[in-house]
Design a protein around this ligand. Structure first.
Ligand code: F6P
Length: 539
């Protein structure tokens, strides 16, 4: 591996002074050569500094990292999540033909398909009113209570697929901050509301606290009938029973589905309730399409592999430490937050699978907002700031609002303009000539300096026909596999998350000290000082 990294570094050093625009001058077919298509999706990475040589070196790096073998091991159910001794099989949740997948010698597909059937039956029954509220009337509102992967996936997908909603309204409560559940409960009628407690472990303190608050709220109005208003999704059936959830309303899954990869299974129940089992099946088929592409396409035409290699080029070779996710698609407003968990919880690691320190940077910092809002907020920094941030634009060729197509044309024009402006920039000389044409003569150099755009700033664009359930399934699976490939190249385990544990432990130690001024001597000066001040301010 080391010589592959070195070859990339040396090549970058030798070529870094030439600009991205020059690459287009040299190769008029660059767009075709540096984009990957899959169905009606296109990933354009021609507006990066990757050229034919660096692309070959990146693909060599992927081969040297044994990407294909690692990918096949994941799909085959090997325990690749070594620190937790588990297989990683979110892909089995969208293996709708039921091709056998073995974990410890047992085919898990019959169980997955039967759980899927139960979730579909439950969904149909809730949507047609056969499963009803305790007074026999249909549920109008669903509240998914979960956090992390038990919230971000369903919340992001439900919002993204708003045009397909024909079921009850869905709400999402994740934060332990009582403000969130309070604001949502204020909108709801307990008689008409079904709560889904979504937690893989059923121990997460935020979710358990919100679940109990919801139960107390519903019980106050419904008394004993409250049990008709709660369902659960979890790997721990004992814990859901202990919470008092009717076993017919409990949907189980197995520990080989990681939280941030779980929207495809029962954790997606709220999505299925909103859009119906048929549209949810389309969503799964989209992911399955991408799985097949990832497993079969040659590496240099493989969309997740190339997206990962572009990320590695920017992060490790060019030294750009963050990545902006810019969906020009308002309904993907939660995609950046979803990808923050997917990428940063998966690949925000500093040791490899064997526990050795990794000498390179791993996950970049992921952030972003939908366009065009971001243009009026942080794009200033993207265009003229001192740091270079590779941008990832996502946009549909068509919107769902046929009658508002002029909005969509504007959206498209803005999206394409941003990537072009980032790449092209505007030189000092160009600005001077524009200013002179306008008759500006005073402080010309300084005026031009403020108006100059350095350009040569890289971006990729993911263009798709329309944000349908199938396309969304493809997009999410694309990012999942991209994260997998990046993690595999760095040699880390993308499927554990030990980094969240210390904070959880300290929070439970600190809980009894909130509001107290005693026994603070053992805390560090800052935490002790903050606790004392909290106690004073709470008086
Ligand atoms: O579904 P659970 O078990 O409540 O966990 C919620 C989230 O907490 C984490 O374990 C840690 O933040 C995530 O990986 C997970 O998605």
């Amino acid at each position: 591996m080391n010589e592959k990294w070195a070859a990339l570094e040396v090549y970058h050093e030798r070529t870094k002074s030439s600009g991205i625009s020059d690459l287009f001058d040299r190769d008029p077919m660059r767009f075709d050569a540096f984009s990957v298509t899959f169905g009606d999706m296109l990933l354009d990475f021609s507006k990066t500094s990757i050229d034919p040589t660096s692309r070959n070196l990146l693909v060599d790096l992927a081969y040297a990292a044994k990407i294909e073998q690692k990918r096949d091991d994941m799909f085959a159910g090997l325990a690749i999540n070594q620190s937790e001794g588990r297989a990683v099989l979110h892909t089995a949740l969208r293996n709708l033909e039921g091709e056998p997948v073995y974990v410890d010698g047992i085919d898990i597909m019959p169980g997955i398909l039967s759980n899927f059937e139960s979730a579909k039956m439950f969904t149909r029954a809730v949507r047609n009113g056969e499963i009803s509220a305790s007074d026999g009337a249909p549920f109008t509102d669903i509240v998914n209570i979960g956090i992390g992967g038990s919230d971000l996936g369903p919340a992001m997908v439900t919002r993204a697929l708003t045009p397909y909603h024909d079921g009850p309204r869905c709400h999402f409560v994740s934060n332990v901050d009582g403000a969130q559940i309070s604001d949502i409960l204020d909108l709801l009628d307990p008689e008409r509301t079904l709560f889904i407690i979504a937690s893989k472990t059923f121990t997460t303190i935020e979710t358990m606290t919100n679940a109990q608050t919801a139960k107390d709220w519903a019980q106050a109005a419904l008394g004993e009938k409250v049990k008709h208003h709660f369902a659960a999704v979890s790997t721990s059936l004992e814990k859901t029973a202990a919470f008092g959830i009717n076993s017919e309303y409990v949907f189980g899954f197995e520990d080989w589905v990681g939280g941030r990869y779980s929207v495809w299974g029962p954790i997606g129940l709220s999505v299925m309730l909103a859009i119906g089992p048929e549209a949810f099946t389309e969503f799964l088929l989209g992911a399955q399409d991408m799985d097949t592409h990832f497993q079969t396409a040659a590496l240099h035409q493989n969309m997740p592999v190339m997206l990962a290699l572009v990320g590695i080029w920017h992060n490790n070779i060019c030294g750009y430490g963050s990545r902006a996710i810019l969906p020009y698609d308002q309904r993907l407003a939660r995609l950046p937050a979803y990808l923050q968990q997917l990428e940063m919880e998966s690949n925000g690691k500093r040791v490899d699978v064997d526990g050795n320190l990794i000498s390179r940077n791993t996950s970049p910092i992921i952030w972003g907002e939908p366009g065009t809002n971001g243009q009026h907020a942080f794009h200033q920094l993207l265009h003229q700031g001192s740091r270079i941030v590779p941008c990832e634009f996502l946009i549909a060729a068509r919107s769902h609002e046929a009658d508002l197509d002029k909005h969509h044309q504007l959206l498209l024009a803005n999206c394409l303009a941003q990537s072009e402006a980032l790449m092209r920039g505007r030189s000092h000389e160009e600005v001077i000539s524009i200013l002179c044409e306008k008759g500006v003569t005073e402080n010309l150099d300084s005026a031009a300096a403020h108006r100059t755009f350095p350009g040569n700033r890289p971006s990729v664009t993911l263009l798709y026909k329309k944000l349908s359930p199938r396309t969304l399934g493809r997009i999410i699976a694309l990012y999942e596999h991209r994260v997998f490939v990046e993690g595999a190249v760095w040699g880390l385990n993308s499927f554990d998350q030990w980094g969240v544990e210390l904070g959880k432990e300290l929070a439970s130690d600190l809980l009894p000290l909130i509001g107290s001024e005693e026994d603070l001597d053992e805390r560090n000066g800052s935490t002790g000082g903050l606790l004392r001040t909290v106690a004073k301010l709470r008086q």
